[in-house]
Design a protein around this ligand. Sequence first.
Ligand code: BTN
Length: 326
Amino acid sequence: MTKPNWSLVTAARESGGRMTASRMESLVDQRELQSELAALSRRGYRFSVTSRGTLVLEAWPNRLFAEEIAFGLGTDVVGGRVETHWSVASTNDLARAQAKRKREGTAIFAEEQTAGRGRFGRAWTAPKFSSLLFSTALDAGGLSFAPEALALAGAAAVAEAVAQVHNLPARIRWPNDVLVEGKKISGVLVEGIAGETKSRWLVVGIGVNVNLDAAALPEDLREAAGSISGFLGHEADRALLARAVLRRLDFWWEVLKAGGLGRLSASCRMLSSILGTFATLVSKGKTYSGRVVDIDAEVGLVLQLAGGPTRAFAPGETILVHSESY
Ligand code: BTN
């Protein structure tokens, strides 16, 4: 049986679903085209060919295939291997197991999590096949940044990928959320691996609400959450977004390893949903309010306290309660 020709699928997806005849000819031997398309159709990919020979991707299955996500990804570390799972407790657990085996960068996706978790022990829920739910283990041994910088890098990767693939104005709500029009569409959870001494492995887990109806979420989340499909008004391409997020996360991981906290901070300031707003936060049990004057991957969020000095708040010990424009 012919194996799926992922070059046809990824090239079509990455060029808006259409491929010229000459591009198609560069990817597949014309004598093989029909059997290639038949193999893809058995997986649920439906193509048509226009009278001018343009190949059009008409429909694709709502499944994440590891081979497709990995095909020609071109990343150095993140996504060097890709796994897709039907149902797991939490992809962060699988990535933790990889960290213990010193396997860096495998992107572990699940269609469903039965015990997905977020920051501060909160649950992360998503209907099956609706989202991107994935984690990867990274070796931060010898590097000098705090784990929270990786969370910010994850949020930047998602915001950039959502803007690039779906043309939506995605913003980072420090320290680890991604919003579109004020609604949370993604969260990032970074966990350290206990017992590590010389090396310092981190697990970064990312959840993105792609094709879901906010009404399907638990009642307390409905108001604050959104999804990409909700903003687009139609289903969004999960595989295309998965590839874009992995590429951006790989990029930011390289930047962090090269000591580029300043570069990450600059991008996060530009993408920030709260810079310049009046914010209220809780840190170590105390409430603070003021204008957000900086977002920095090294020091955290900087508030100009009402009538007082500026003060930096580290992400690990701070909960942003509220922010509003002046
Ligand atoms: C948050 O907003 O609090 C962070 C949410 C992180 C959710 C993702 S989904 C994939 C990975 N596995 C988990 O159990 N959590 C993260």
